[in-house]
Design a binder for this molecule. Structure first.
Ligand SMILES: Nc1nc2c(c(=O)[nH]1)N[C@H]1C(S)=C(S)[C@@H](COP(=O)(O)O)O[C@H]1N2
Ligand SMILES: [Mo]
Length: 529
């Protein structure tokens, strides 16, 4: 810790001595705010992706080890991204305060620290996938502005301190005002400009207008939800998940903005002829509807990271056929505009009996931004992380022994079929039900085979067969229900599914890593008299 000669001196002077190191720390924070605000403002003008806080945040997302990531999701749930950004902001503020205090004690040490911070942010920005040619400009100019601010502020602070300790202490008032005016006005300016630019950067995307204006050709074939597919039971999930309720999982701190008019899809690697398609090319191949349940590998038994939608799109195998896949390839590495990658077995994409698609619409509207606008992949029967690449822009036909996807070195399997599962939606633990006839109901899925039956056991009694809703198809989940004559007290409800090949849902409990959770859900419900 640095000791402060000024504040420790006697207090007989008429003008209060500044607590120099506190003011210096504050000057450091204001300088960092200037850095961020200038960078944000320039980013809004020349390079939308060049936001220092977001770039550093994204860098951290990519380097934190899996257990920490899981802890963050457990602690903050869907707010994990906000928590991370708040953490990055707090860390930056502390570092900036230290830089300010250091600059006051040791000339240019704080400036150097600020410069190093700016250089790290610049590195994080320019190394991100999709960084434009000018992306270095905002953080570099921002860093220069921050450095100038720190130098100016510390010079004024020194003057104030010097005046306050000198014989004619009353003169210190003017210096004090100068310092406070500079840091105060700059702080306000930085906050206004920084927040304004970030909001502008996020909101004035021309892509939102492009999505609104998008008119997709009608699908040649449609999926009809059959009569009896959807029971309207309080607490039971609908068979089609509305877009606004669909779970979202990705590594993107800000949702990528992809303009469909400039979007391209390239097919490369072990192919006879590389192919590049525009959005119109893709859509022009003809659209069809597909009902597919998407499932996340991070879904715990009984959890909600699963949803069902009617997707409109084009079979991936048709696009692969245009490129001509070479003989010894066994994997397709799909890549998003933000650099995220997934490894999908080639056979899952070329199978004539399995509709793996490039989807452009979800439940009748262009893909929502969070769900991959303008184009994402949907592959029945595979967990999202190995198949459902959002904002997809490139496929590389390759081999599992030659390429690795985003999650593979982070503790998840390179290949991951969805494990059959069933869950209880109602009654729920914590919401007691009245004694009498109670409907127990939930969802079950066994992509791509389909669910044959779902059984329930109450208080570890016999397994009773439940009623299934009419399935949309084998790639979509089904609802199940059972009438139960509930007696007052606490009861256990267990559920298990069997697929159409006669396989029973795996009873052994497994955690989500490395390839998905398993086990039979057993939930406690309370029945009041
Ligand atoms: N570009 C990109 N695509 C991605 C991911 C990602 O992090 N980035 N996550 C995958 C995972 S883990 C899942 S479960 C699904 C989730 O899709 P959803 O958010 O539309 O529900 O997207 C997949 N596609
Ligand atoms: Mo996932």
């Amino acid at each position: 810790m640095t000791t402060d000669t000024v504040t420790s001196s006697d207090r007989t002077k008429t003008v209060r001595r500044p607590h120099a190191w506190i003011w210096a720390a504050l000057a450091g924070i204001v300088s960092a705010a200037v850095l961020l605000a200038v960078a944000e403002a320039l980013a809004a003008l020349v390079a939308r992706s060049a936001s220092p806080i977001l770039a550093v945040g994204s860098f951290i997302v990519d380097i934190v080890p899996r257990p920490l990531k899981e802890l963050a999701i457990t602690l903050f749930g869907e707010a994990d991204k906000i928590a991370l950004l708040a953490g990055v902001g707090l860390g930056a503020a502390v570092a900036a305060a230290v830089a300010g205090a250091l600059e006051y004690r040791f000339r240019f040490v704080g400036v150097a620290l600020l410069g190093i911070g700016g250089a790290l942010a610049t590195a994080a920005i320019v190394t991100r996938t999709g960084a434009g040619g000018l992306s270095w400009l905002p953080p570099v100019v921002g860093t220069l502005a921050g450095v100038v601010m720190l130098l100016l502020a510390i010079v004024r602070l020194r003057r104030w301190v010097a005046a306050a300790t000198a014989e004619n202490a009353p003169a210190a008032g003017a210096d004090r005002r100068q310092f406070l005016l500079l840091t105060g006005l700059t702080a306000v300016g930085a906050v206004v400009v920084g927040i304004g630019a970030r909001v502008l950067n996020a909101a004035t995307s021309s892509v939102a207008a492009a999505r609104d204006a998008l008119r997709l050709p009608a699908a040649r074939t449609t999926v009809t939800v059959p009569e009896g597919a959807n029971w309207d039971i309080e607490g039971l999930s609908p068979i089609i998940t509305p877009n606004g309720d669909f779970y979202r999982v990705d590594t993107a701190l800000t949702v990528p903005n992809v303009d469909p008019t400039t979007w391209r899809l390239s097919i490369e690697g072990m192919v006879d002829t590389p192919v590049e398609l525009s959005f119109d090319d893709l859509v022009g191949m003809g659209l069809d509807e597909y009902g597919v349940t998407l499932t996340c590998v991070s879904n715990e038994v009984g959890g909600g990271l699963v949803g069902n939608a009617i997707w409109t799109g084009v079979p991936i195998r048709d696009v692969l056929r245009m490129a001509g896949v070479q003989g010894d390839a066994d994997m397709v590495l799909s890549e998003s505009v933000d650099g995220y990658t997934a490894s999908t077995p080639l056979s899952s994409l070329t199978d004539e009996n399995l509709d793996a698609i490039f989807a452009v619409a979800m439940n009748g509207e262009p893909l929502p931004f969070e769900h991959g606008f303008p184009v994402r992949m949907v592959v029945p029967g595979l967990y999202g992380y190995v198949s459902a690449t959002k904002w997809v822009t490139k496929l590389t036909v390759t081999r599992f022994d030659q390429a690795e996807a985003y999650w593979t070195p982070r503790g998840y399997s390179a290949e991951a079929p969805i494990k059959m599962s069933s869950r209880v939606d109602t009654p729920k633990i914590g919401s007691p039900v009245a004694a009498g006839t109670v409907v127990i109901a939930g969802m079950a899925w066994a992509q791509p085979v389909g669910v044959q039956k779902v059984e329930v056991s109450i208080d570890d009694g016999d397994w009773q067969q439940t009623q299934l809703s009419t399935p949309i198809n084998d790639q979509s989940w089904v609802q199940w229900k059972l009438d139960w004559n509930a007696e007052p007290g606490s009861h256990y409800i267990a559920v298990r599914a069997t697929d159409k090949q006669g396989n029973l849902q795996i009873q052994d409990q497994a955690p989500i890593a490395p390839d998905g959770s398993s086990g039979w859900q057993r939930t406690l419900v309370t029945v009041s008299s």
